[in-house]
Design a protein around this ligand. Structure first.
Ligand code: AMP
Length: 278
């Protein structure tokens, strides 16, 4: 595995790979890697001749400075974990990625006016900035994104359409701990007690599946009430949305896909998860 630390080196390496006619799969990450990330890398290894993994805590997608500061980082361990699956690891500094403050602006319209976009102003502009740059530098044939960040996945699909980017976006299912808790780098920040408590998020989402033929509002009320019952949880949102437009649904029958997305603070740590109803 080659470890490259600058954009210039990355572009050189990719140029050589592409000159040899090899296919490239890209897995963008922010590090503190877990089995969720590894599932993306394993899939990328199966489907591409060369796998590029970026490890970069992108400051411009954080709206909360404390979240950025406390985001777990352990690049040495990450590199050991990804070695079996990755050909090129890209671990740049923020100064190298952003020698100047970025001036690009990405507006995903209604897609970003709900859920993460509404609660984290500027977040998807920051995601757009880094993902578009990574795509420009690595020109991947395929890029892998987890369904855990469902809104992000939909927005990236729009980004490639809007900019006529040839990369195929490959969605990957959520990997969970045995308890059902969706794996997340932020889980490292949970105390053992809170980590056990956090398993209630998926338990409640799964229980709500029993109501999937009821009115949307009843499902929402159920989830919100159950979450609010748990000491130390603070709900940001629970939305049941169309899986293409991300707009809240009223009449289940009109949408071909329906997904419930949640963001909840467990103590100080903000976690997201989702579940498919249809
Ligand atoms: P992050 O490092 O959190 O920015 O995540 C990098 C990529 O891994 C994103 O596409 C995430 O959606 C994906 N990912 C993170 N956690 C999981 C998980 N538990 N299961 C599947 N994919 C995940």
């Amino acid at each position: 595995m080659l470890v490259v630390k600058t954009v210039e080196e990355l572009k050189d390496v990719v140029f050589r790979i592409k000159s040899n006619g090899k296919s490239v799969g890209l897995v963008p990450t922010m590090g503190a890697l877990h089995d969720g990330h590894l599932s993306l890398l394993k899939r990328a290894k199966k489907e591409n001749e060369v796998v590029v993994c970026s490890i970069f805590v992108n400051p411009v997608q954080f709206n909360n400075p404390v979240d950025l500061e406390k985001y777990p980082r352990n690049v040495e361990r990450d590199l050991q974990l990804i070695e079996p699956y990755v050909d090129v690891a890209f671990t740049p500094t923020a100064e190298n990625v952003f020698p100047e403050p970025p001036t690009e602006r990405y507006d995903f319209g209604k897609l970003e006016q709900v859920m993460e976009g509404a609660f984290r102003p500027g977040h998807f502009n920051g995601v757009g900035i880094i993902v578009k740059r990574l795509f420009d530098w690595t020109t991947p044939d395929k890029a892998y994104f987890g369904e855990k960040d469902f809104q992000q996945l939909v927005i990236i699909k729009h980004l490639v359409k809007d900019y006529n980017i040839k990369t195929q976006i490959v969605p990957c299912p959520i990997v969970r701990e045995e308890s059902g808790l969706a794996m997340s780098s932020r889980n490292q920040r949970l105390s053992p007690e809170d980590r056990a408590k956090a398993a209630n998020i998926y338990r409640i989402l799964k229980e709500s599946l029993k109501l999937k033929d009821e009115a949307i509002q009843d499902i929402k009320d159920f989830v919100v009430n159950e979450i609010n019952k748990i000491d130390g949880f603070k709900l940001d949102y629970y939305e049941i949305v169309d899986d293409m437009t991300l707009q809240p649904v009223d009449f289940a029958d009109l949408s071909t896909g329906i997904i419930g997305c949640i963001a909840v603070y467990v103590g100080e740590v903000r976690l997201i998860d989702n579940i498919r109803y249809k």
